[in-house]
Design a protein around this ligand. Sequence first.
Ligand SMILES: [Zn+2]
Ligand SMILES: [Zn+2]
Length: 117
Amino acid sequence: MEQMSRGLLQNTFTCELCGLSTPFTYFGQKPPNTRAIVLLEECFVTKDPFSPDKERFLVLGSNCSLCGSSACVGSNCSLFYTARFCMRCVNKNLHQFPGPIQKELGKKNPTSLPAVP
Ligand SMILES: [Zn+2]
Ligand SMILES: [Zn+2]
């Protein structure tokens, strides 16, 4: 008995920072049914439910390149700077990011994220 019904599998992407949980249809750098679109990073994407256009898709989030946590693209959850970083890692390594990014992040009121051991 082989169970190869991968195409129908419903996967769920869950942001480990804000808890956002939503189904995704593809994980990787080149979403199916899109021409000439290659993303900068491997991410979780889903078809745009608001668009009839098959090639429209939404990027939900990605895995942090440091700790591997899945984080959504919300500006409170992750940052893309040459690679994807979750805000926990950004805050831990803030001094390693360039000045403009530090400033940008400093402007936001740092809502206290749950401390992770
Ligand atoms: Zn999030
Ligand atoms: Zn991280």
